[in-house]
Write a protein that binds this ligand. Structure first.
Ligand code: ZN
Ligand code: ZN
Length: 169
């Protein structure tokens, strides 16, 4: 099962590496600990570093940069805060220091299959998850260029509501 998820994540990620394995294993354990399944908008993840593991989380936990439910708060730590806003459950998984004498494929295999407490430390989350986003930001057609533009980027110019591009011309 975990290897199938790793395969699937590798298709998105473009290669297989220990970093991807970290994201896959963390996300799979998070789903188990939170007692939920992939999918829906209730899930949220805050990663504390940017690396290959984000793609493992996107594929396995199902929160993505695109849907806004995967966030980066740069702390330089290989650690992930997982939330299910439906149930209020959450968990943080932080990487331990792993054996150093392994090849990269061996390390990926260790991360995927070793007992959880040899791979991650489990703690309470460090951050509060934002509420589930329900309202989409309204957009409006700019009368000058005819393109749709989100409200925060609209400006009033000569009594007309125009996009930032046209306002700056
Ligand atoms: Zn990678
Ligand atoms: Zn415009």
């Amino acid at each position: 099962m975990i290897h199938e998820l790793y395969q699937k994540a590798g298709e998105l990620h473009g290669h297989f590496c220990p970093g991807l394995a970290i994201g896959v294993r963390a996300a799979a354990e998070a789903l188990r600990i939170l007692g939920t399944e992939r999918g829906g908008f209730s899930k949220y993840c805050i990663a504390e570093n940017r690396a290959c593991y984000q793609d493992g989380i996107q594929v396995v936990f199902g929160t993505t940069l695109g849907d806004g439910n995967l966030e980066l708060r740069q702390r330089g730590k290989t650690a992930f805060n997982f939330y299910d806003r439906n149930t209020g459950k959450s968990v943080r998984l932080a990487a331990k220091s792993w054996p150093e004498n392994l090849t990269r494929p061996e390390l990926a295999e260790f991360i995927l299959t070793a007992p959880l407490d040899e791979v991650f430390t489990r703690t309470d989350v460090r951050f509060e998850a934002p509420p589930e986003a329900v309202v989409r930001r309204p957009q409006r057609v700019c009368p000058r260029c005819g393109e749709l533009c989100s409200e925060p980027f609209l400006r009033v110019l000569d009594g007309e509501i125009v996009c930032l591009d046209c306002a700056e011309k």
